[in-house]
Ligand binder design. Structure first.
Ligand code: PLP
Length: 468
């Protein structure tokens, strides 16, 4: 049996070309600003005198050989819309990434020509959908460097993956007096699940402190580890400080104490290559939507020997072998941990996203993003009163900042009028912001399709806000 080719599946299927012919679905119809003027009650940021961007023009352009952002941009339709009368500048990739047409078309093609439930071998389409789903699992395993597709559990996203580990592995392995070490820079979804399970098991959640630069304090970490430590929870990249901790070294140290290590890869996977076996991570979690795939799909990797011992955390269809009121037997992992109908189209979209993303030279992408970040740091330094949070030696292109005289929400609102999307708030990382005495900040988070021209637009708008 052949798996339908989703790159061609939608062709000729009515309605699977994005919006074509379907009343009201033409991209942008009815979306304010697409095209046209900003709403009457909203002052046009471009009504201010034109400003030529100063310093950035003199900065070296981030174009390392091997990757051009244009190659990625041309595939991502939303990047060509306007917002409030300006071309969209999407700098909110830390929240979610935009989707290439390959992903959008794969979703249309799946629903237009291949939709079926899976793992029920009743008919051809069920078998085809099952094959696509399992092809997605194999693709994720390959992407993460896992030894086998069986090491991958599909989940809704990073949050669900961490809750799964806390509820399944944590409930069975944590007890009174045990320590869960959690880095202070973690996203709330890598803090709260541990607090919940610690309360139930009477274990302790212990924060690992940060240095003033926003790196994880490695001396303090070494001091906190003990025979009580059962788990270390650490991000592969911080969503607010951009910090990329030395996860491989931290994992090796944790293992000396017999502790397991969960790595939150939500912000890492779209920025640099990941190899879970090289890291020796026990668990690794990510969300598809931060990796150019749809929302509602993500994956958890777990070492096979750990996964084999994990108990179900939810019960239902797909995770059983047979059900009887006297005795129920269970399916093997990873299906054991995937109760109910999964997000089949999401997996198809994730597969398309992985195919798209891995078609680029990953090292060249990482080098480009680092060059773009350096460019952005230098350009932002020309904005009076702007301070970037975090200066860890290894970091991704996440630039969280404060601007003297303006609250972060006001900054985001101002930029939005220029069509520039940044996030403002606590970024679900309140302890990381509290480390800097802050409750809120603005954040520009870059991806492979962002350009130095977009950074220039951000800087020009901020300079205008500061009257510079
Ligand atoms: N971990 C990190 C580092 C994140 O940045 C995020 C989302 O911003 C999450 C976890 C949670 O991801 P999701 O909401 O997709 O589950």
């Amino acid at each position: 049996m052949t798996i339908p080719d989703l790159t061609t599946l939608g062709r000729g299927v009515p309605g699977t070309t994005l919006g074509a012919g379907v009343p009201g679905t033409t991209l942008g119809a009815g979306v304010p600003g697409l095209p046209g003027a900003a709403p009457a009650d909203m002052p046009r940021a471009d009504a201010a005198p034109a400003v030529t961007t100063p310093a950035p023009a003199a900065l070296p352009q981030p174009q390392p050989p091997g990757f051009s952002p244009e190659a990625a941009r041309q595939d991502v339709p939303i990047l060509h819309r306007t917002v409030n009368g300006h071309p969209l500048v999407w700098l909110d990739n830390g929240a979610t990434t935009q989707k290439p047409r390959q992903v959008i078309e794969a979703l249309g093609a799946f629903y237009g020509a291949a939709n079926s439930n899976i793992h029920r071998g009743a008919h051809t389409m069920a078998r085809e959908a099952t094959q696509m789903y399992e092809a997605g699992r194999a693709a994720v395993a390959g992407f993460l460097g896992a030894g086998s597709p069986d090491d991958i559990v599909f989940v809704r996203g990073t949050t669900e993956a961490i809750n799964l580990v806390a509820q399944s592995w944590g409930r069975a392995n944590l007890g009174p007096g045990d320590d869960i070490l959690v880095a202070t820079l973690e996203h709330h979804s890598d803090i709260v699940p541990w607090q919940l399970i610690a309360k139930e098991t009477r274990a302790r959640v212990v924060p690992i402190p940060l240095t003033p630069e926003g790196a994880i304090d490695q001396d303090a970490y070494a001091d906190l580890l003990s025979s009580r430590t059962q788990l270390v929870a650490v991000s592969h990249a911080s969503n607010v400080l951009g910090t990329v901790p030395p996860v491989k070294e931290m994992t090796a140290l944790a293992h000396r104490y017999g502790a397991k290590v969960l790595v939150d890869g939500a912000q890492a996977v779209a920025h640099f290559p990941v190899d879970v076996q090289d890291l020796d991570a026990d668990f690794y979690a990510f969300s598809g939507h931060k990796l150019f795939a749809p929302t509602g799909i993500g994956a958890l990797y777990a070492k096979p020997e750990i996964l084999q011992g994990m108990r179900p955390w939810q019960g239902g269809g797909n995770m059983i072998d047979s059900v009887d009121f006297t005795r129920t037997t269970f399916a093997p992992v990873p299906h054991l941990l995937e109760a109910g109908t999964g997000h089949i189209a999401g997996v198809v979209g994730l597969l398309a996203a992985l195919n798209w993303f891995t078609s680029f030279d990953r090292d060249a992408v990482a080098a480009y993003e680092t060059a773009l970040m350096t460019y952005a740091q230098q350009a932002l330094a020309t904005v009076p009163g702007l301070e970037v949070l975090g200066a860890a030696p290894e970091r991704i292109a996440v630039l969280t900042f404060t601007l003297a005289g303006h609250d972060p929400a006001g900054v985001a609102d101002w930029l939005d009028r220029d069509g520039i999307a940044v996030r403002a708030g606590h970024h679900c990382a309140q302890p990381a912001l509290a480390h800097y005495g802050l409750e809120s900040a603005a954040r520009a988070s870059l991806a492979l399709y962002n350009t130095s021209e977009e950074v220039d637009l951000l800087v020009a708008s901020l300079r205008r806000l500061q009257g510079a």
